[in-house]
Design a protein around this ligand. Structure first.
Ligand code: NDP
Length: 308
């Protein structure tokens, strides 16, 4: 069997094109949706993520406000810096603080003070999480929300099926499990203390891997015919490991030879392709959906503010 490739880029483009008329409608009412991004420090991956978010905003006509802050500030200094820009932040419909923050910063204190529920575009805060638990409409955490869009738009049935989520982080695993539960799946959540991960995963009709370990989910974890959603984004730099994973994909190996690394998800790519009925590739599966949902959440928050 060779699973259907669930094309995250195509779904991203659909989501973004559906946002355009909503943005135009807001602009016609005098409100250009605005997203504020707080970027602390020099983490190269964070800079790339923020650049991509700002680029997506610009392409859609969403106004962006970027606050770049040196990485050596204390929590009190960062708080003071953001307080001094409260008007600028307050002019945005949506605010996000790019994670991870430098270790000396108390992220919870910062987000509690500067990202209230009405601006919580990431859906990570207590108000948004409460809305999620209660299944009330409100912006959801972007990655799980994007996965739900992907499943819906590909017509993949969820109700009555068995879903297993590997990972219980607040930003992916937990909200993912709740969204699947609200869609009437029977849900199991696995984590590092799960006794027999492979046995749990093999019960899944829909398997979501959000563990953060390269290709940890192998053929022994996948029930033949399952839908496999690979959230993981891991960089493999070990040549032998890359060759084991991508022996069947010479182009990926060529790219490894050029760049010295290759991106791999949490699922063994070959096992996923051969055993699943449908799967998200890495890259090009879940990744593109996260930014699309960030844009969607920004527009939803702007619409909400316009109505209030
Ligand atoms: P976290 O590190 O916050 O969480 C990882 C989860 O996996 C934890 O719940 C942990 O369990 C569990 N876990 C770790 N090791 C094992 C194991 N051996 N067996 C079973 N469970 C295990 O990661 P995130 O949720 O933030 O991200 C997960 C992955 O998704 C990463 O690769 C990340 O890069 C990627 N990601 C991709 C995004 C995208 O847009 N494509 C967006 C966000 C994340 P425990 O709780 O017990 O420690």
């Amino acid at each position: 069997m060779s699973g259907l490739v669930l094309d995250g880029k195509r779904i991203r483009d659909e989501i973004l094109s559906e946002l355009r008329p909503r943005i135009e409608a807001l602009k016609a009412k005098g409100r250009t949706p605005a997203l504020a991004v707080v970027l602390v420090g020099d983490d190269p991956a964070s800079h790339i993520y923020v650049r991509n978010k700002l680029k997506a905003s610009e392409e859609l006509g969403i106004r962006s406000i970027e606050l770049r802050v040196p990485g050596d500030l204390s929590t009190a200094q960062l708080s003071e810096y953001l307080s001094a820009r409260k008007d600028e932040l307050g002019s945005a419909d949506a605010i996000l603080v790019q994670m991870p923050l430098p270790p000396q910063i108390d992220g919870e204190a910062i987000t509690t003070r500067f990202v209230d529920g009405a601006h919580d575009v990431d859906g990570f805060g207590p108000f948004s999480l409460g809305q999620l638990v209660l299944n009330r409409p409100w912006p959801r955490a972007c990655t799980p929300a994007g996965i739900m869009e992907l499943l819906r738009r590909y017509g993949i049935a969820i109700a009555g099926r068995k879903a297993v989520v590997g990972g219980r982080s607040d930003i992916v695993g937990k909200p993912m499990a709740l969204l699947l539960l609200h869609a009437n799946a029977t849900v199991t959540i696995c984590h590092s203390r799960t006794t027999d991960l492979a046995a749990e995963c093999r019960t899944a009709d829909i398997l979501v891997a959000a563990i953060g370990r390269p290709a940890m989910i192998g053929p022994e974890h996948i029930k033949p015919g399952a839908v496999v959603i690979d959230v993981g984004m891991n960089r493999v730099i070990d040549k032998a490991h890359a060759h084991r994973l991508f022996a069947h994909q010479p182009k990926r190996l060529e790219s490894f030879e050029k760049t010295g690394s290759v991106l791999v998800g949490d699922v063994d790519p070959r096992a996923m392709e051969e055993l699943s009925s449908a799967y998200t590739p890495v890259p090009g599966g879940v990744g593109p959906l996260t930014i699309a949902m960030l844009m969607a959440n920004t527009v939803t928050l702007a619409e909400h503010r316009q109505e209030c």
